[in-house]
Design a protein around this ligand. Structure first.
Ligand code: NAD
Length: 359
């Protein structure tokens, strides 16, 4: 039995999660699987109910599950809480740390039928973009110590730190993925300035020479990578990078696809346990209106099937159904664009359209 901890969180989280669960129910029936879903509180709603953004019961629920399907957390209501009580910092970061989810996979795919929604010129994206980021997720400047504001409030420090093993294990994941794709890895760093990046480049290069010389490896400085992503995104296949660079670059790359509501992500550990979530936030500006795009949440469920449950056929069935729905010109408002002939649907209608195409 595949046990899933369902943490919908705040804002549009519950609305888009409902559609992902509907899709998983259909997959379970069609392919004869049993998924057990158990819901838990996380983020702002958890703070309201228990005083903590990540209550102990939620950690227990995740520990007793094979995967976590996560919605999104946060919103204006909780912005002024102390840092450790804030939904994102107090829930998502500790959850990643607790389960040692060191590898963050962020696919950025442009569906041909949506290339018009890209923020780039048509000629740069019309042949499709298919990039996957391997972002180191549990080290670097978000976790390094010391991290504090001085008592007089006039200075502050964050620490970027990396160890050899932390670099190596994410690089292994990226090289392994590249072997199943176009055998190209671009490792992004800032080795002209940062000591952690000099170490990063050395470890990645050594690993490549020893075990992955069949893969084409290139190195790029992060500032150049930010430019290249908008100049010529089709040059990239697998992008390997550290925590903060990956956070920023993958959000930039998200705009290539036209909407934050389209992109899923997976954060996994050595044992295959993973947390699956859309890359966007809780979108408080549209929450409760039934107009959010559920595709990122639905594709996150597909990633869960592939990486934690090893159900690749079922994952592909969902991904093809999403592509077919988009080809049929069915859109939520965020991806409707200016084009004529599209049918604009609500969050739950989009879920139903995708379900009707799961063959
Ligand atoms: P956001 O991603 O929530 O929203 C940015 C824009 O994208 C908004 O205009 C929103 O309407 C749109 N958008 C996002 N997802 C969409 C979807 N599925 N369908 C249609 N449109 C969508 O980012 P933000 O406004 O910077 O943050 C809002 C809150 O979310 C903040 O509290 C932030 O801390 C939190 N946040 C949470 C996560 C997470 O839970 N992983 C990630 C990022 C931000």
């Amino acid at each position: 039995m595949n046990k899933v901890a369902v943490l919908s969180g705040d804002g549009i989280g519950p609305e888009v999660m409902a559609e992902a669960l509907k899709v998983l129910d259909v997959i379970a029936k069609k392919y004869n699987h049993t998924f057990e879903f158990k819901e838990g509180y996380v983020g702002g709603i958890a703070y309201d109910k228990t005083g903590l953004p990540l209550p102990e019961e939620t950690i227990q629920l995740c520990e007793n599950s094979n995967a976590v399907l996560f919605g999104s957390v946060g919103g204006p209501k909780w912005e002024n809480l102390p840092p450790e009580k804030q939904p994102e910092r107090g829930a998502l970061l500790p959850l990643r740390k607790h389960f040692n989810l060191f590898a963050n996979l962020r696919p950025v795919k442009i569906f041909p039928s949506l290339s018009h929604a890209s923020s780039l010129k048509q000629e740069l994206v019309k042949d499709g973009i298919d990039i996957i980021f391997f972002r180191e997720l549990t080290g670097g400047i978000y976790f390094g110590q010391p991290k504090k504001i001085a008592e007089d409030g006039k200075s502050a420090v964050d620490t970027m730190a990396y160890k050899e093993e932390e670099i190596k294990r994410i690089a292994v994941k990226a090289f392994e993925a590249a072997r199943l794709r176009n055998k190209k890895v671009c490792s992004v760093d800032k080795a002209n300035v940062l000591m952690t990046s000099i170490l990063w480049r050395k470890i990645v290069t050594e690993l490549h020479e020893k075990e992955y010389s069949d893969i084409e490896l290139s190195h790029m400085f992060v500032d150049n990578a930010a430019m290249q992503l908008v100049r010529w995104p089709a040059q990239f296949d697998v992008i390997l990078t550290e925590n903060m660079f990956g956070d920023i670059l993958s959000d930039e790359a998200a705009m290539l696809s036209g909407s934050l509501g389209m992109l899923p992500s997976a954060s996994i550990n050595e044992s295959g346990f993973g947390l699956y979530e859309p890359i966007g936030g809780s979108a408080p500006d549209i929450a409760g209106q039934g107009i959010a795009n559920p595709i990122a949440q639905i594709l996150s469920a597909a990633l869960m099937l592939r990486y934690s449950f090893k159900l690749d056929t079922e994952a592909k069935a969902i991904e093809h159904a999403v592509a077919d729905t988009l080809s049929a010109n069915i859109r939520t408002r965020d991806i409707a664009g200016e084009s004529k002939g599209v049918k604009i649907v609500s969050t739950s209608e989009m879920g139903n359209e995708i379900i009707s195409r799961i063959k």
